[in-house]
Unconditional design. Structure first.
Length: 400
């Protein structure tokens, strides 16, 4: 009897003392944060979660280092209940799914790609920063991912974050300084991540460009003082001028559900592949700005010349993917609210706009148009300029 008891005790000790041994991995964490576009709202899911779980030998994981994709809530209890009940009725298509597949194909077998969403729909940037519930939940998810990886002896790095926010700041007229709040968010997030992971390198932001201007109540494309362009323009200037903000692309080339607020599932996938290309350059420490962005604007008599950063020459006018806009999306608006643009010509990496009169003190614009409350490539604010590999020109509003 004593011998049997001793054997049982030894067996229990053996069970409690052993632990699972994991093969060495490096975890690359690139989540998405923002409003409802970040959460994939309305985007009917195309990605099969079983296929995503097995993709690249299971190297795509969630913040829990598992393959239970599709469960999100800022409330931990609700998120746990969703997992227990396998509630996936609000498991939409996320851009980071196809981004992760691209990165898994482009990295080694000892690398895991950690993805998850954060944020909150219909929320302005001032309510998504440090101290808010969405922000804290997001930081908790990053810390949770790090702790699990660390417990398994894995390296963990968060080289980038995908930013998808700004719709409410355009349409709700909150009166805040978006640029300053965005820079403050970057500073807080960068510092908080470094405290968690101990990494030296900064977290780079991969930025899209929001453009729901036609959904704003007071929008008028011929208004010289167009308040709705302030946020998209601030995003453009940050990715153009800051070392830590990288351009992905604008939203207008995609289809939107009901042509309203949210890009559809296919659009999320296409955008995710663009994210993957930018993320890979960040991983390889390439100093590349992918965005098709205006670099400089000049005026000669009645002609406006816009010089662009062109990732892949030549410039192309495309009226297939994006339905033709008047003057391909370009306008020159006078102080008395008239568009004096007459003709558009592409020369090398520049666009020349011939005007009906002197453009002095005017504003030169692109993709500041569209039908009321419409979004997307057919009827929303849009333009027809891209480069040779499909980088679409960012919306802009520049004073001369």
């Amino acid at each position: 009897m004593k011998t049997k008891f001793t054997l049982i005790v030894l067996a229990l000790l053996a069970l409690t003392s052993c632990h699972e041994v994991y093969e060495y991995k490096t975890v690359i964490c690139i989540p998405v944060y923002g409003q409802s576009l970040a959460l994939g709202e309305e985007a009917i899911r195309i990605t099969d979660f079983d296929s995503l779980a097995s993709y690249a030998d299971g190297r795509i994981v969630t913040e829990n280092m598992d393959h239970e994709f599709g469960y999100f809530d800022n409330n931990d209890f609700k998120q746990t209940v969703k997992k227990v009940l396998h509630y996936q009725k609000r498991a939409f298509e996320l851009s980071v799914y196809s981004m992760a597949e691209f990165l898994a194909d482009s990295t080694g077998k000892d690398t895991l790609i950690c993805i998850f969403p954060g944020g909150q729909g219909a929320t302005t940037i001032d309510r998504l920063g440090k101290g808010s519930e969405p922000y804290q939940c997001f930081i908790d998810d990053i810390e949770n991912a790090y702790n699990i990886a660390h417990s398994r002896g894995w390296d963990f790095i968060m080289p980038a974050l995908c930013w998808m926010q700004g719709e409410s700041d355009v349409t709700d007229y909150p009166g805040t300084d978006y640029r300053s709040l965005f820079l403050k968010f970057y500073e807080d997030l960068n510092n908080d991540v470094k405290k968690i992971t101990g990494q030296k390198q900064n977290v780079e932001f991969i930025c899209y460009q929001t453009n729901p201007i036609t959904r704003a109540m007071n929008f008028d494309s011929l208004n010289y003082d167009c308040r709705e362009t302030v946020i998209p323009q601030a995003m453009l200037e940050l990715v153009r001028d800051s070392a830590h903000f990288y351009a992905s692309g604008p939203m207008y080339p995609y289809n939107f559900e009901r042509e309203a607020i949210h890009i559809d599932g296919k659009g999320q996938q296409e955008y995710g592949r663009l994210l993957g290309k930018v993320a890979l350059d960040i991983l390889h420490k390439k100093d590349i700005k992918h965005g098709l962005l205006p670099q400089n604007v000049e005026r000669h008599n009645n002609e406006v010349i816009i010089y662009f950063n062109v990732p892949a020459s030549p410039l192309v006018i495309d009226t297939i993917q994006v339905w033709k806009a008047e003057h391909y999306g370009f306008s020159v608006v006078t102080r008395d609210h008239r568009n004096i643009a007459e003709n558009i010509v592409i020369k090398d990496n520049s666009v020349h706009i011939l005007c009906s009169e002197s453009p002095d003190s005017c504003r030169v614009r692109y993709a500041i148009n569209g039908e009321t409350r419409k979004s997307g490539r057919r009827h929303g604010p849009r333009g027809n300029l891209r480069d040779s590999v499909g980088n679409w020109c960012w919306q802009f509003d520049i004073p001369l």
